[in-house]
Design a protein around this ligand. Structure first.
Ligand SMILES: Cc1ncc(C[n+]2csc(CCOP(=O)(O)OP(=O)(O)O)c2C)c(N)n1
Ligand code: SF4
Ligand SMILES: [Mg+2]
Length: 386
């Protein structure tokens, strides 16, 4: 779109197409002037589709048709996000989806087509999200990123948004490579893992879950793109959590990281996955999922009144123990096991707005009188600081 500043064309208003048009197969110009293709979905759907409390069907939570490689793990994560938002009966216009750059960061275009969206700059999703959240605390913030986006160029941004307790659901679609730029190792690639070309990674890996725990995230989970039963309730619970929620989702890149020697491939993760718990989210008294399995259930009440029902597989796993979660993670990593499930939650969590003591009214709705109350008020503030 000639004439627009870089990035501006990527700001989507609710219900609006990326370039204001709505026909399948059209092209728009991307940040670097490259042509990006978007395929709109047909609007008709079966009249008998199941509806949620708001009367919306799944289709109302979908976006455009994905242009990712067929079989990409990221598309499965998209499906889980759609399912979680449908189940929670979220009003799409109350969601802001913010991403960086990468195949993973393209995915917000494929879900919640009627939500706010901003496809920002590589590694800068967290600061854009933090700014938006400070300006309007009333929206639900979904940060979608990749391992390159968050563990390489955006590592500092990731760290600061977590330690500041921004109220968000931060999802990393982790394939261990820079998928979009053809498969270079990212900082989450395990030492000793092999690239498609047979090169062995000699660098140590960053475990974003371990770092999120250390930085004080109040909801920390790991899952696998191919495990919808585990992932959907985790996303739903993270959205309901008030504070910094972080979910690392192992998401095999079928083009560059799904071969023997990769530790992010479908086969490797299936063989090394160790789930610590199974989770259902109960909103009020209505169970969203009633797929109860044998074993003990622990109900955790969150700040907003929603409850997490943890179906414990490991009898002694306690998701309220941050130090225990860190040790558990390291112990299993040493054995080559990928721990999935809800590793840590603080039901009493606070967020950045609580820490800054901001007013309940979203700042973007304050009028001029509230923002510029006059020199007498300023004099009073200055006097209080002397
Ligand atoms: C400032 C900047 N540096 C480098 C790039 C090139 N680049 C685009 S996407 C990408 C890596 C994406 O990897 P990841 O976040 O893991 O996403 P994936 O494609 O694997 O889902 C890189 C290095 C860029 N777009 N901008
Ligand atoms: S290159 Fe990899 S990450 Fe990108 S769309 Fe294809 S499979 Fe997915
Ligand atoms: Mg990646």
């Amino acid at each position: 779109m000639p004439g627009l500043a870089p990035g501006i064309h990527d700001f989507l208003s609710p219900g609006q197409d990326v370039d204001g048009r709505d026909k399948p197969g059209h092209d728009v110009v991307g940040i670097a002037g490259a042509v990006m293709t978007y395929i709109a979905k047909p609007k008709f759907h079966h009249p008998g589709l199941k509806k949620n409390e708001l009367g919306y069907t799944h289709r109302d939570y979908e976006g455009k048709i994905s242009t990712l490689c067929a079989g990409c793990g990221h598309d499965s994560i998209t499906a889980s996000i759609i399912e979680a938002c449908y189940e929670l009966s979220i009003e799409p216009h109350r969601v802001a989806k913010i991403s960086g750059i990468g195949c993973s960061s393209k995915t917000p275009d494929y879900f919640l087509g009627n939500s706010h969206g901003f496809n920002s700059v590589h590694g800068r999703m967290p600061s854009v999200l933090t700014g938006a959240n400070l300006a309007n605390r009333d929206l639900i913030y979904l940060g979608v990123s990749g391992d390159g986006d968050s563990a390489s160029i955006g590592f500092g941004q990731f760290a600061h948004s977590i330690r500041r307790a921004v109220n968000m659901t931060y999802i990393v679609e982790n394939n261990g490579v820079y998928g979009l730029t053809k498969g270079q190792f990212s900082a989450t690639a395990d030492r000793g893992s092999k690239s498609k070309k047979g090169v062995t990674n000699t660098d140590n890996a960053i475990d974003l879950v371990a770092i999120a725990l250390q930085l004080g995230a109040t909801f920390v989970a790991r899952s696998f793109s191919g495990d919808k039963t585990q992932l959907v309730p985790l996303i739903a619970a993270a959205i309901r959590h008030k504070g910094a929620s972080f979910i690392d989702v192992i998401s095999p890149c079928i083009a560059f990281n799904n071969h023997a020697g990769s530790t992010k491939s479908f086969d490797y993760v299936r063989e090394h996955n160790d789930a610590v718990n199974r989770l259902d989210v109960l909103v009020g008294r209505d169970p969203i999922s009633v797929d109860y399995a044998p074993g003990s259930v622990q109900v955790v009440e969150q700040h907003d009144g929603s409850r997490l029902a943890l179906r414990k597989l490991d009898a002694d796993y306690d998701p309220h123990d941050r130090l225990g979660a860190m040790t558990f993670l390291q112990k299993h990593a040493a054995k080559g096991q990928i721990v999935t499930g809800l590793l840590y939650v603080d039901p009493e969590a606070e967020d950045l707005h609580t820490h800054l003591d901001t007013v309940e009214t979203p700042l973007n709705t304050l009028d001029e009188q509230a923002l510029c109350p006059g020199s007498a008020v300023l004099d009073k503030i200055n006097a209080s600081l002397r």
